[in-house]
Design a protein around this ligand. Structure first.
Ligand SMILES: Nc1ncnc2c1ncn2[C@@H]1O[C@H](COP(=O)(O)OP(=O)(O)OP(=O)(O)O)[C@@H](O)[C@H]1O
Length: 250
């Protein structure tokens, strides 16, 4: 086993496993602890939906896991796979590069262009290689961003509201696509979402952040395809709405 490398901010990367470990991770802004000694273990292959009210620290936690935050404090340790990709709400494609070049930029391997074409086909956009990002719809741009992430074969896929800006129908299509791709490539996934139904449609485990802590953490005992009227799913939804403070408990 390779030893993880640890940076000054307590971020350790280890290519050997797809699991994620946080130990007493704290992040404060102007003295206010947005993440307050969070400890957590996520096993390889779990699909975690990260929920919480606006401002509860979801993006802060995701940025820390992505290695985009140099100021996670104190004694805390974060251990993540080296091979990780991040998806954001906006596709962050380079407008002056073709779709294919966006996917393959910086990609190693024997035939990056071929890998890029395959990735594009896997998101249903075969033939659009030489289009400019500006010629694609928002949903198509997010599919390119997904292809760009997955062509790198991440062990960990971090996604911050990736479907938040899409219309409801496109979002449902993206759910099906993501599920198919994740089912095939089996990365660990951490998906930040505001959408309780998105979490219930996709995740194998749900985490709720609140007051700097993990307010709830449970696994979904549900097969796919999932049906919104399944009594277990209805029960999970109710539990989440109560934890999030949207519904009063009975
Ligand atoms: N760079 C920063 N400087 C100061 N405060 C920040 C910074 N980044 C985040 N915060 C604060 O930390 C808190 C958590 O922000 P974060 O973006 O992680 O929340 P979130 O749960 O992702 O919210 P949303 O659902 O609205 O996107 C907020 O109160 C925010 O104002």
């Amino acid at each position: 086993m390779t030893m993880p490398s640890v940076s000054d901010s307590g971020l350790a990367t280890d290519a050997a496993e797809g699991s994620v470990v946080l130990e007493r991770v704290t992040r404060a802004f102007q003295g206010r602890r947005v993440l307050n000694e969070i400890s957590l273990h996520i096993a390889a292959g779990e699909f975690v939906a990260l929920l919480g009210m606006s401002g509860s620290g979801k993006s802060t936690l995701l940025r820390a896991l992505a290695g985009l935050d140099e100021e996670v404090e104190g004694e805390g340790l974060i251990r993540v796979p080296t091979a990780r990709s991040v998806l954001f709400q906006d596709s962050r494609l380079l407008p002056w590069e073709s779709v294919l070049d966006n996917i393959t930029l910086g990609l190693d391997g024997p035939d990056p262009a071929q890998a890029g074409r395959q990735a594009l086909a896997s998101v249903g956009l075969a033939g659009r290689e030489s289009a400019w990002p500006g010629q694609l719809s928002g949903g198509e741009q997010q599919r390119v961003a997904l292809a760009r992430s997955l062509v790198r074969r991440p062990q960990l896929l971090l996604a911050d509201e990736p479907f938040g800006a899409l219309d409801a129908l496109t979002r449902l299509k993206m759910h099906a696509l993501l599920r198919a791709l994740v089912g095939r490539l089996r990365p660990t996934v951490i998906l930040v979402t505001h959408d309780v139904d998105e979490a219930l449609a996709l995740a194998s485990r749900v985490l709720v952040l609140g007051n700097g802590r993990i307010a709830d953490d449970f696994r979904l005992d549900l097969d796919h395809p999932r049906h919104s009227d399944d009594p277990r799913l209805v029960g999970y939804r109710q539990r989440l709405l109560i934890t999030l403070g949207v519904t009063e408990s009975a």
